[in-house]
Design a protein around this ligand. Structure first.
Ligand code: 5AD
Length: 488
């Protein structure tokens, strides 16, 4: 059984030899810690993800980061330079789907086909195939920190290559890059894979190099109630801290009700720090990331920009350290570089206008923060109880028993029994709990909120509410209705 215990240096190096042997770019002499640590230390602070995030936190700024990934190094460089010029504070390399599934041979074919066809034949940047040197070429062409963004249950080799390549942040985690992305990878396995990635980041920290780690907050991006995603973020932060990670960015995907979204980011920041301290991790820098709306987008590009601007408003008022932006092409697919730049510019303008403003505490805000914290504490208690105090064991068992359950996740290791829906104000609530570890009191609160909404709409709480809510935003509404007739 997997346990939440730091890998010894011996265990780490034994596993490392196996990881590096899984694909040819793993045998690169640049994958030598002496060399990579020297390289990472030679980079200016302005290219270090963790340092720039800590500075933004101190200044109370919300910085902007896009998504972007194309198959070839030269095209990736051109793309990132364009996005940097548009105002991106951090840059990503979004990794292609083959690499996410460790299918490096197919990624190699994709690179060859992209060269032959003069167009992108992969949906991202295959960093493992391009190897350490390819990653360094990309980093050296830009002036801001670089992060791998993906969705990989086993990103051990990817993490080795990108960090040695000078990319100082890796997104993902044992739950957040497994259950929403994979069908048949056990949580026990993904915890082991991510313990390795975290241990690698921890190893760099031990040697004076700051590496940022970012659990993927939005999970399935579809009506995920804040207490569920916040619980997952806190668990992944604790697992990371045990392996020596010192810079963690916990994330949240916009829900749509402004009060609930701001409450969720505040609860996430505060409870992540509380739990880290409770378990004795006192030297971790916690920052936050707000994801612009992750559900279905309006097809109309002006409407999409409106939603991007609203997302940016909420992100700025929530004082998230960073925001991941969307683009006016979201409903279509991978954006052109121009559309990506448009999303960045709209986002930057709004965050700059709001940078010195804050949301004042209202009774509604404080009540929602308290509600989210109560639910998170309840779920964390379940995890710790079934794990006998061990968060890794508890995570495996809590998901097995459905005590934590992620809506709409494809994984067979997720119970998939809960159903979320919005209340009358558009807050995300739950009406079908499955085996979720909420107390009766919490369940009653949710039931009441959803019953209020259903009554207003003259219908019974049912699966139809969920379906209507899933599609609502792309049609220009927050709360799904059977019909939008007579609305303006
Ligand atoms: N470039 C830009 N955006 C991407 N996304 C996925 N792959 C890429 C890529 N290669 C975006 C999707 C969606 C989010 C989950 O990631 O458009 O917004």
């Amino acid at each position: 059984m997997v346990r939440n215990v730091k890998l010894t240096e011996k265990e780490f190096f034994e596993e490392r030899a196996k990881v590096l042997a899984t694909w040819k770019t793993g045998s690169d002499p640049l994958l030598n810690f002496e060399e990579s640590i020297k390289y990472l230390k030679s980079l200016p602070d302005s290219k270090n993800f963790a340092i720039k995030m800590a500075k933004a936190k101190e200044q109370g700024r919300t910085l902007v980061q896009p998504r972007a990934g194309v198959p070839l190094i030269s095209a990736q460089i051109e793309l990132l330079k364009f996005l940097e010029a548009a105002g991106a504070d951090f840059l990503p390399c979004t990794i292609d789907s083959y690499t996410r599934q460790n299918r490096y041979l197919e990624a190699e074919h994709g690179i060859k086909e992209s060269i032959a066809n003069h167009r992108a034949m992969l949906n991202g940047f295959p960093a493992v195939n391009h190897g350490v040197d390819g990653c360094r070429q990309v980093l050296e062409a830009i002036n801001v920190p670089l992060q791998a963004r993906h969705g990989t249950p086993d990103s051990r080799l990817l993490a080795e290559i990108i960090h040695a390549g000078g990319w100082t942040s890796n997104e993902g985690g044992a739950i957040s890059y497994n259950l929403p992305y994979a069908k048949a990878v056990s949580i026990e396995d993904s915890i082991k894979y991510w313990q390795y990635c975290d241990r690698l980041a921890g190893y760099y920290e031990e040697h004076g190099v700051h590496i940022n780690r970012e659990p993927f907050g939005p999970l399935t991006g579809t009506l995920v109630p804040p207490s569920i995603s916040n619980t997952v973020g806190i668990i992944e932060a604790l697992l990371a801290a045990e392996q020596g990670v010192k810079n963690i960015t916990v994330g949240y995907g916009m829900g749509g009700n402004v009060n609930q979204d701001i409450a969720a980011v505040r609860a996430l920041r505060e409870q992540t720090e509380e739990y880290l301290h409770r378990f004795g991790y006192n030297d971790v820098c916690v920052t936050t990331v707000f994801h612009q709306w992750m559900g279905g987008f309006p097809a109309d590009e002006s409407e999409a920009l409106g939603l991007i601007a609203m997302s940016s408003t909420v992100a700025a008022l929530s004082k998230a350290t960073k925001m991941i932006n969307k683009t006016p092409h979201e409903s279509v697919g991978i954006p052109t570089k121009e559309a990506n730049a448009a999303g960045i510019k709209a986002s930057k303008l709004v965050t700059k206008l709001l940078q010195d403003q804050k949301m004042f505490d209202s009774p509604e805000l404080l009540a929602e923060i308290e509600q989210i914290k109560k639910e998170v504490n309840c779920l964390m208690d379940c995890v710790l109880r079934v794990g006998d105090g061990d968060i890794a064991v508890g995570t495996v068992k809590a998901f097995e028993q459905g005590l934590i359950d992620i809506p709409f996740a494809p994984s067979k290791f997720n119970a998939g029994l809960i159903l979320p829906a919005r209340d009358a104000q558009g807050n995300l609530r739950i009406y079908e709990f499955g085996k979720l570890g909420f107390t009766e009191e919490i369940k009653e609160f949710h039931r009441k909120k959803i019953a209020e909404r259903a009554k207003l709409e003259g219908r019974e709480p049912s699966f139809q509410l969920t379906i209507d809510d899933v599609y609502a935003v792309s049609y220009g509404h927050l709360v799904g209705k059977p019909s939008y007739e007579n609305e303006f």
